[in-house]
Ligand binder design. Structure first.
Ligand SMILES: *Cc1c(COP(=O)(O)O)cnc(C)c1O
Length: 381
């Protein structure tokens, strides 16, 4: 199979791992390379083209090439975690650079920006991602180096218009980076919409089985910023282990099936409970009632993802009791796996959270949807 054949669909590229076959045994699944170092020839050159495994590992080639193909990117880079991938973007900037991040975003990274990036010398300002005009307004206020978008964004699933953001960010001479973890390349392709960098916590949908921590960046251009990010990875050593890279590759072969099944289930759950008075809000970008529904319809194709939040009308304690009574949904943090997870999100985020106290975040998996709806029904009553 020629992975460059433009008639091939992303589902085929993923299932076949770009059609790669390893040599010399014609393995359909390539071997795992555990060596940390590579022998030089007598003349000092490296016949295998590799020097030391803190720079990279032969087992990265296939998953990085697949992610790049799915994102329409010339290059992708694996990291030890989503946090390490996100941090590498900001660590590649210079002290004094101003960056803009969304008010509602993945909590642990917001915390890292405030507790690491600020003391390290970056100027971190926030825009309101529940207000579609705020990003463009704030990026024009002061000279800005980079704007971070997360869409749909934790835990209320605000959707940011990536094409609009790219126009405003580029007009201001800044770089646009998108955390596309919850959208996945199945539903949204940020680079085609104008983003410069895309980040995924590959721990979530890309791997999809709650058994690997990994992250990845994809770039629109192999430019100086990308070279600097590569140095941050190799120099800082935030690399993925070879076994994790192989597990991630296995997970990605079923990415499209899993994301479509989770999206179908989440939409069915959202519709089932949308008018239920026991929930004050059913937050899901695929519902016409969601404030960002119009942007989601324009920007996402093939579904709206597996993430949805329920706000329990009877308040904070009732939302905790509801979570405690769930039997099929597992009470656990994280998202994007085949099994459904639920958590009282404000408890996880802790002091300073913007998350409403009555909100329960659901990561909808690929189980039979009736079992998930019945579980919510028995837990809310
Ligand atoms: C989990 C997550 C991250 C962080 O990724 P890790 O792999 O846990 O380090 C970043 N952004 C989003 C949206 C996430 O869900």
């Amino acid at each position: 199979m020629n992975p460059k054949d433009p008639t091939l669909h992303p589902e085929t590229l993923a299932a076949q791992g770009l059609g790669r076959v390893a040599q010399p045994y014609a393995d359909i699944v390539p071997p795992i390379h555990v060596s940390t170092t590579y022998e030089r020839s007598g003349d000092g050159t490296y016949p295998g083209g590799r020097v030391y495994s803190r720079a990279d590992n032969p087992g990265y080639d296939q998953p990085e090439a697949l992610i790049a193909a799915l994102e329409g990117a010339p290059s992708a880079m694996l990291f030890a975690s989503g946090q390490a991938a996100s941090a590498a973007v900001f660590q590649s900037l210079a002290a004094g650079d101003r960056v803009l991040a969304p008010r509602n975003m993945y909590w642990a990274f917001r915390k890292w920006l405030l507790e690491f990036a600020v003391p390290w010398g970056l100027v971190v300002d926030f825009y309101d991602n529940a207000d579609p005009g705020d990003l463009a307004k704030r990026v024009g206020e002061k000279k800005t180096r980079l704007v971070w978008v997360e869409t749909p964004a934790n835990p209320t699933w605000d959707v940011t218009d990536i094409a609009d953001a790219a126009r405003a960010v580029h007009a201001a001479g800044a770089v646009l980076a998108v955390d596309s973890t919850c959208a996945t390349p199945v539903l949204t392709r940020p680079i085609e919409l104008g983003a410069d960098l895309v980040m995924h916590s590959a721990t979530k949908y890309l791997n999809g089985h709650s058994d690997v921590i990994a992250g990845v960046l994809a770039t629109a251009r192999d430019d100086d910023l990308w070279k600097r990010i590569r140095y941050v990875r190799g120099g800082g050593g935030a690399i993925l282990g070879p076994f994790e890279a192989a597990l991630l590759m296995r997970g990605m072969r079923t990415l499209h099936l899993r994301v479509k099944a989770a999206s179908t289930n989440a939409l069915a759950i959202a519709r089932h409970f949308e008018k239920d008075k026991r929930f004050s809000h059913v937050l899901y970008p695929g519902l016409a009632s969601h404030p960002a529904s119009a942007i989601a319809v324009r920007q996402m194709s093939g579904g709206f993802g597996g993430m949805l939040s329920l706000r329990v009308a009877a308040g904070e304690q009732a939302s905790k009791d509801f979570t405690a009574r769930l039997k099929v949904f597992k009470r656990a943090t994280s998202l994007g796996s085949v099994e459904s997870l639920a958590e009282h999100r404000a408890s996880v985020e802790g002091p300073g959270t913007f998350c409403p106290a009555d909100l329960v975040r659901l990561s909808v998996g690929i189980e039979h949807v009736d079992d998930l709806i019945n579980d919510i029904e028995q837990a809310i009553s």
